[in-house]
Design a protein around this ligand. Sequence first.
Ligand SMILES: Nc1ncnc2c1ncn2[C@@H]1O[C@H](COP(=O)(O)OP(=O)(O)OP(=O)(O)O)[C@@H](O)[C@H]1O
Ligand SMILES: [Mg+2]
Length: 257
Amino acid sequence: MPTLQMGSNPVEVMVPRAGGGARPTAGAIAELQAVRKIYYKPDGSIMAEALRGVDIAIPKGQYVAVMGASGSGKSTLMNIVGCLDRPTTGAYLLDGRDCAKMGDEELSGFRGRKIGFVFQAFNLIPELTIEENVEVPLFYQAVPKAVRRKRAIDKLTLVGLDHRLGHRPSELSGGQMQRVAIARALVTEPVVLLADEPTGNLDSATGEAILEVIEGLHKGGMTIIIVTHDDRISRRCQRVVRLADGLVERDWMVEKA
Ligand SMILES: Nc1ncnc2c1ncn2[C@@H]1O[C@H](COP(=O)(O)OP(=O)(O)OP(=O)(O)O)[C@@H](O)[C@H]1O
Ligand SMILES: [Mg+2]
């Protein structure tokens, strides 16, 4: 970093690069550069420093587990990767674009096209049929009804639920509800699938079936980031990022037997 001599004190200056913004690493689909996330109290004092300088570059197609104790920053990290939140300082790049350069509306549209979310609690809308639930993200993109319906049915077929299109979520098992949620996450053809403990509410046999669906997506080339507390799940991923107290404590590639 160049320095300027100001009086007797050297001052660091940031030299802006042509075009401005952070530079993506070649091949990375999602990348955090020196990300800090601070939550403030209403009086402006610091409530929590949830991420304290995190660097992670995720190559396209990688299957990554994020682990760490409660409060270590996993959900905060996922919120930034999923463009639901922005870093306090540092840069986040998704599919080659610096998210700090986008306004809120542009970022939200970008999120809708690039990211699929799957949550522990499924988060389906009970009043809608499963086919309508899967259509919801396309509704926000103003996709015409006939196209929405076709794409929803395609994804429900992919997760093995095309025979249940007109059912309501309450008529399904937990594993089936999570399949609907996965179909909904995929319907926009995202580049990254984020799953926050997707098997946390399922028994082990049902959880296994959901993991197999996710692994099938990975084999098809999708980038997947999964938060889990379960070593049996992380061992099946390609890479494990372990957070501790807002920092990457360990980041390693899983050796396959
Ligand atoms: N909206 C918020 N406002 C204030 N502090 C927050 C907020 N969200 C998270 N935190 C704090 O940031 C830290 C990291 O929280 P985070 O939710 O990312 O942890 P986590 O690893 O997902 O934990 P868990 O396994 O319990 O879900 C914690 O100290 C938490 O209290
Ligand atoms: Mg969490």
